[in-house]
Each structure stands twice: as C-alpha cells, then as structure tokens.
Design a protein around this ligand. Structure first.
Ligand code: GRG
Length: 293
C-alpha cells in the first residue's frame, strides 16, 4: 500500500473510533459533546495516532489493540489546541481553516471542552481492556508524563514565560522538545507499550520521536511564514504577532529547513534497526518534514 493511501486509511479508522468514543450530540450534555466533536473530529492530520498505529504495526505486524490508545493521544492533542488558541494563550481566531472553538462557543466552553478531552483520554486508556493491566498503567504513566510536567505543559509554561523575550537556539529547543516533541515521543512509546517492546526498542523509539518532533516544529515555523493563512488553516504568523522567537526568526527559512533535514537524517538512522520489515516509520517521518501544510 502506498504511504499516502496508508495515511488516509488510518485516519479513517481513527476518525471512526473517535466518533464512537465521544458520544453524538443526542444526550443531556449536548453542548459539551457537540463542542468536543467540533474540535476532535475536525480536519487534522491525525499524525500522532497514526504514529502509534504504525509503531505497533512495525513491531508486531498488527495494530488493532493500538487503536484506543492512539485515539487517547489524539484527544490530548485536540485539547492542547483548544486551550492554546484561547485569548489567554495564543489568541488565535482560526485553526484548521475554521473558527477556533472559543469563537464558535465561548471561552468558558472552550476551557471545559479541553478539560473534557483531557480527562476522557485517561478514561479511554483505563478502559482499553484488550491490553493487560500492566500495559494500561504504563500507557497512563507515559501520557501523564509527556503531556504534563515531563513535556507539553512544562513546554507551554516556558513558552508563555519567554513571550516578548529573545531566546537562544538552546532555549527555543528546550521549549519545543517539551511542547511539541514530547507528545510525538508518547505516540511512539504508546505503540511500543502495546507491542510489548523491549527497553532497548523503547529507547530507539523515544530518540526517533525527539528528532522528528523537533523537525516537525521547525517545519511548522517555516510554514507559518511561507504559507498563506488559507493554506495553513490558521492565523499565519501569530508567532510574530505574539512576539515569539521561532526557528525562522532566529535562523531564517533556509537554515531552518536545513536543520529539519539534518534531524530527519539522524532520525532515520536511529530507527533503521526496527524497520527492517516495515518502512512505515521512515516514510511517515520523511513526509512530515516535506509536508506543505
Ligand atoms: C495549552 C495545554 C496547552 C498546551 C499547548 C501543543 C501545544 C501546547 C500547543 C499547540 C500549539 C502548537 C503550535 C503546538 C506546536 C505543535 C504543532 C505544530 C501543533 C499542530 O499539530 P498538527 O499540525 O495539527 O499535527 P493538526 O491540525 O494536523 O492536528
């Protein structure tokens, strides 16, 4: 199967499962679920859950038991976007080519919808009965770490703290290792936990995730300045408006692209020992760096 077709098929499976995990609007809590579904089922790439499925497929030739954990990761991603767009954070009016959630509803509903998606993710992991108790505990611990003080939240705090200040490359890297790369590392580790990977395999997955996570953020910074708002689907250069240092503001577009390519090359070397039977992870990593939106 061609990689593009693989990505579309997996996004379809993920969307169908997400659709089941968050009830439709016919319930007493119609507003909560409608708002959650607006964000969760919106037109995103589903990169993180696809990485979880691809890792499980790579390591055990089957990804069925990875589907619920993969969807939990997407719930965390979706909540982070909803909260990140709020006026008290990046104050973005558009995401994925549509009005942000607080513009469609209001700020209070956007905060609560994010909170719901965050808590629902852990409920989904706890209820993933196709996996052993040990595996479920490992998934909960991994997600709590990488989405919390061992990753995304810590990175977001650093990000807010540094708004309006000019950062060094090392400081910028620390923010993005936590804010962006951490959830990508969790996505890969999730596939590893489901496939009962060895500690050595998990180490390679995390290393690969760190490199492609940083490369992904660099490409995002490049697209932020090179794409029109329509193409990128969100307010272009909100980083500039929010006085944030980016890889492009520090290095320029060409040098930033070069660093992303170097990270990709190194990531491909790291993951090669695990991918002798399946080229999925290298192919996804390569697409992630060459993407145009
Ligand atoms: C507010 C709790 C909280 C966390 C914020 C991850 C994050 C931390 C904020 C998201 C905003 C942002 C620009 C993060 C950088 C990572 C990134 C490029 C996110 C967009 O991910 P895509 O491109 O989105 O995978 P789609 O729309 O395809 O799902």
């Amino acid at each position: 199967m061609e990689i593009q077709q693989y990505l579309e098929t997996q996004a379809g499976r993920i969307n169908a499962h997400l659709d089941q995990l968050v009830p439709s609007s016919e319930s007493a809590f119609k507003l909560l679920y409608t708002a959650a579904r607006y964000s969760l089922l919106g037109p995103g790439k589903r990169l993180r859950p696809i990485l979880t499925l691809a890792t499980a497929e790579t390591l055990m030739g089957d990804d069925r038991t990875a589907l619920s954990p993969a969807c939990a990761i997407e719930m965390i991603h979706s909540y982070s976007l909803v909260h990140d767009d709020l006026p008290c954070m990046d104050n973005d009016d558009f995401r994925r080519g549509r009005p942000t959630l607080h513009k469609v509803y209001n700020e209070g509903h956007a905060v609560l919808t994010g909170d719901y998606l965050l808590t629902r993710a852990f409920e989904v992991l706890a209820g993933a009965t196709a996996l052993s108790s040990e595996q479920r505990i490992a998934l909960v611990a991994s997600l709590a770490k990488y989405s919390g003080s061992g990753g995304m939240i810590a990175g977001q705090v650093l990000d807010i703290e540094s708004t309006g200040k000019s950062l060094s490359l090392e400081e910028l890297q620390l923010i993005h290792l936590n804010k962006t790369a951490a959830l990508i590392i969790a996505s890969l580790e999730f596939g590893g936990i489901v496939a009962q990977a060895s500690e050595q395999q998990l180490h390679l997955l995390r290393d690969f995730g760190q490199k492609i996570g940083l490369a992904f953020q660099i490409v995002d910074d490049v697209l932020d300045v090179t794409n029109s708002a329509e193409k990128h689907g969100k307010t272009t250069s909100s980083d500039h408006a929010n006085q944030k240092t980016t890889y492009v503001s520090l290095l320029g577009v060409e040098k930033a692209k070069e660093i992303a390519e170097t990270l990709l090359k190194s990531a491909l070397e790291v993951i090669a020992p695990l991918c002798k039977k399946s080229p999925l992870l290298p192919k996804i990593a390569t697409l992630l760096v060459s993407r145009k939106k």
